[in-house]
Unconditional design. Structure first.
Length: 88
């Protein structure tokens, strides 16, 4: 999947894909609200989640490329560790 994310960013550019990620996240917010009110199905919510996950892979590629290291993964590890401690 990382290769697809890389190709998408290289094809359409970081700025365009960043804006697309924002759009997909907004669509997920709307879908969650609509689901909560019984206006859409769980499958439709799942579709929006999938779109956001795909865009997150692209954003991770964009950020890590700028940082020249796996900055997103480092932050993810830190935050998951912090969450685990909070749940103890």
């Amino acid at each position: 999947m990382k290769e697809i994310a890389k190709k998408a960013v290289e094809e359409w550019g970081a700025e365009v894909q960043t804006k697309m990620a924002i759009e997909e996240m907004a669509e997920l917010i709307v879908a969650l609200n609509h689901y909560d009110r019984g206006r859409i199905t769980l499958e439709e919510v799942a579709s929006e989640i999938a779109d956001v996950k795909i865009m997150m892979e692209q954003l991770e590629y964009i950020i890590d490329k700028k940082a020249e290291k796996e900055l997103v993964r480092e932050q993810e590890k830190y935050k998951k560790s912090r969450l685990a401690k909070m749940l103890e």
